[in-house]
Design a protein around this ligand. Structure first.
Ligand SMILES: [Zn+2]
Length: 415
């Protein structure tokens, strides 16, 4: 996916049933001599969640993985790629970004790095620039940052509206996002529109009424920024339940800048993901551990705002499913690099290198309720990254180094 309207793999696509022992077409491509293959299939390899196989091979045919195993046992294929002792991992699944925007917030970042705290209101700057941009400019911007992410190994990208905040501008943002990805999220409730500054309740009525009607056909998800200065718990509940009634699935920006009701609301409403999770009570952690809501951590935001890191160790130890994503947006986290987030998670959030890699691939897939991506196993979509390193550990061990050598998305080598 992420290739435009012609992409055929919908989120609901079911992997073709293929056995590891079935005959492999000679039109397939075998990637052999992989020193270390992360499958995220615990039934394979070393039995850990990463399902690590040493001296491995992968065979892809069409858009699917059709064979995984030891390199010496790889079936004959017409096409062969020699990994030459390097590592292969699943393509990254970036389940949280805000790419439909225009304008620039370099000055705000510069000021913040000179000592001013981050407040939610900076979004208004981007709203003004986005409203003024043409469709072509917005679409080119999305394409630019998705290509940038693809070169860094991201093969699935979620992205949101939220910089239009009118019926027309939100629907336009989602229409444009849907040209580039199937994972599109309606975030009319990013902040209260400046046009409704004196009447937030009327803005919630708009978001849950005419704006939702115009946006729902273009989106899979609905999201809300539940935070002081944005939307409170009651407003967030009204917004998410209205979206669910229109067939959208819920996700939420929760507990980023302060403690609040967002995480508990996410679990209560069965949201796929509670994103940020920086300020959590023990009850919040317990709620996440007992439900099936993924905690999506976005360390690029804490990095770029010099804020307190989310406590990934606490979440993982409590049994919470954790995803790692970029939150790529022009204000609070202008990175499209999942490897950078992996390095931050290991260095500053006390995840192990294995946990961070899992969260950036399988965790992201879980946050999007996808089973066809985030793993390298028979039947999964052929989204693979060949690293210029002998193992995935180098993503954190060699931070900032461009280690992505080759990328396959839906079986096609794209970078
Ligand atoms: Zn966000």
């Amino acid at each position: 996916m992420n290739t435009g309207p012609a992409a055929t793999n919908s989120p609901a696509a079911t992997p073709a049933p293929t056995s590891a022992n079935s005959a492999v077409a000679t039109t397939a491509t075998a990637i052999v001599n992989i020193a270390s293959l992360v499958t995220n299939d615990p039934s394979l390899g070393d039995g850990t969640p990463l399902g690590l196989i040493q001296d491995a091979a992968v065979v892809i045919d069409g858009d699917r993985v059709v064979w995984v195993g030891e390199s010496s046992k790889a079936p004959a294929t017409d096409n062969r790629v020699d990994a030459a002792g390097r590592a292969v991992i699943p393509g990254f699944v970036d389940s949280h970004s805000h790419l439909v925007f225009a304008g620039d917030r370099t000055a705000e970042f510069h000021a913040r790095m000179s000592g001013q705290p981050y407040k939610a209101g900076g979004i208004r700057t981007t709203v003004a620039a986005t409203r003024a941009a043409t469709d072509a400019e917005l679409s080119a911007n999305v394409a630019h940052y998705m290509a940038e992410a693809l070169r860094q190994g991201t093969t699935t990208f979620e992205t949101k509206s939220g910089y239009g905040l009118t019926v027309e501008d939100e629907a336009r943002a989602l229409r444009i996002a849907a040209e580039h990805t199937d994972e599109v999220t309606y975030l009319g409730a990013h902040i209260v529109s400046p046009d409704y500054a004196d009447d937030p309740a009327a803005y919630v009525d708009l978001v849950t009424g005419p704006m939702l009607d115009a946006c729902a056909p273009h989106a899979r998800w609905i999201d809300v920024f539940c935070e002081k200065g944005a939307f409170d718990g009651d407003q967030a509940r009204a917004i998410l339940t209205a979206g669910q009634a229109k067939g959208l699935a819920a996700r939420i920006h929760a507990n980023q800048l302060s403690y609040g009701p967002g995480v508990q609301l996410a679990v209560e409403l069965g949201a796929a993901s509670a994103d940020h999770c920086t300020h959590l009570t023990d009850a919040d952690v317990d709620a996440l551990a007992s439900g099936d809501t993924v905690a999506t951590l976005l360390p690029g935001a804490e990095f770029s705002t010099r804020a307190q890191w989310p406590d990934a160790r606490r979440l993982v130890d409590a049994g919470v499913t954790v995803a790692l994503s970029t939150d790529c947006n022009p204000g609070s986290s202008f990175t499209s690099s999942v490897p950078f987030c992996v390095a931050l998670a290991v260095r500053d959030m006390r995840m192990t290198p294995d946990e961070a890699l899992w969260s950036a691939t399988a965790g992201g897939a879980a946050a999007l309720r996808r089973t066809d991506i985030g793993r390298v196993a028979v039947g999964a979509r052929a989204d693979l990254v060949l690293l210029d390193a002998p193992s995935h550990v180098h993503l954190a061990y060699r931070p900032g180094v461009p280690l992505v050598a080759q990328v396959w998305r839906t079986g096609v080598r794209v970078a």
